[in-house]
Design a protein around this ligand. Structure first.
Ligand SMILES: Nc1nc2c(ncn2[C@@H]2O[C@H](COP(=O)(O)OP(=O)(O)O)[C@@H](O)[C@H]2O)c(=O)[nH]1
Ligand SMILES: [Mg+2]
Length: 325
């Protein structure tokens, strides 16, 4: 396709997407996911029309009940007459889409509803980083007019933490009896979550888990927003209306309270930093793999003539001198 063809295609898709055309939205998402030129043009064109949706991240360990909770939230949002876009980021390889299929079956009643748009995204295998792509796709759904955009992601790696960072409100899903889990969560995820949920509250130990989270929050360095801790039973929907009320409350805090301006700035900064980290990481790794010193350093380390750390420092020094030119 010629340059002008790409531009006019992007313009056409952007226009249709902004009018709520679902097929244009699907096409645009694919173009953004594949990191294509048209995708970048669409992202830029629709960005001024974003900022109206609630972007909500739902994160936590695998099996915590995130997908079930996302489904329950979607049903309750529909009862409240809001349209909803769902981005499910599947951490497994794009070649084994069993988890995606499982989520689809559970979401069956939702997929027949025109007020719901569900999209699964493989976290590996796309050209851009996961956080870049998920953020860009959330923007497309926002511009297409969805009231709420939910992003489900496993809170495992740096990438997932960055996805959480990109959301306006992030809900951290924990379980009863997962005490050790709660402890290990605090480093990365506690900081990015504005609402804590102990899901599977029908199981024993829910109040203990709430207590553990409360003591972790007590020693955390928090801003003006104090993260509430809620109990839910995602499978029955119990606690979900209260959760949505809290999400709404946090959104109002971010947009209308005396802290709004400060919050908006903090959020914009977090987004830029998260995306810069993703871009830097990707470009640095690509540059390192092509560095002229790599083969020589590899050989030296392989015969134990040099330790890997010194080799890495030398490699980074080469990259630095490349970039300073
Ligand atoms: N007992 C109980 N089980 C739940 C609840 N929510 C989800 N589950 C179950 O937990 C398992 C994992 O749920 P899923 O939503 O796939 O978790 P995800 O990996 O975090 O997305 C499934 O078998 C769900 O049926 C709950 O509130 N109570
Ligand atoms: Mg899931």
């Amino acid at each position: 396709m010629s340059n002008s063809e790409i531009v006019s295609r992007a313009e056409d898709l952007s226009k249709r997407l902004l009018n709520g055309d679902r097929r244009a939205l699907s096409r645009a998402i694919s173009l953004v996911e594949s990191d294509s030129e048209a995708g970048k043009l669409i992202s830029a064109a629709i960005y001024p029309h974003t900022g109206n949706a609630q972007i909500v991240g739902v994160t936590g360990s695998a099996g915590a009940g995130k997908s079930t909770l996302v489904g329950s939230i979607a049903r309750e949002e529909r009862r409240r007459d809001r349209t909803i876009g769902i981005i499910a980021v599947d951490p497994s390889s794009p070649f084994s889409n069993g988890a995606i299929l499982g989520d689809r079956i559970r979401m069956q009643d939702l997929t027949g509803d025109s007020g719901v748009f569900l999209r699964s995204m493989a976290s590996r295998g796309n050209l851009g980083g996961l956080s870049e792509t998920a953020t860009a796709v959330a923007d497309l759904l926002d511009a297409a007019g969805f009231d709420v955009v939910l992003i489900e992601t496993v809170g495992a790696g740096q990438d997932e933490v960055e996805v959480a960072n990109a959301a306006g409100t992030t809900v951290l899903v924990a379980n009863p009896g997962a005490g050790d889990d709660v402890q290990s969560m605090k480093a990365g995820l506690m900081e990015v979550a504005q609402i804590m949920v102990v899901n599977k509250a029908d199981l024993a130990g829910a109040d203990t888990a709430v207590g553990q989270l409360r003591s972790l929050l007590a020693i955390a360095d928090l801003g003006a927003w104090k993260p509430p801790i809620l109990k839910t039973i995602a499978s029955s929907g119990e606690g979900v209306p209260e959760l949505i009320d809290k999400i709404d409350e946090h959104q109002i805090f971010m947009t209308e309270s005396e802290h709004a301006e400060e919050e908006r700035r903090a959020h914009a900064r977090r987004q830029i930093m998260a995306l810069s980290r993703a871009i830097l990481h990707r470009e640095t790794i690509a540059a390192a793999a092509n560095a002229t010193a790599l083969d020589e350093l590899t050989q030296q380390v392989a015969v134990r003539g040099l330790d890997p750390r010194s080799a890495a420092i030398e490699l980074v020094a080469e990259l630095r001198s490349l970039w300073s030119d």
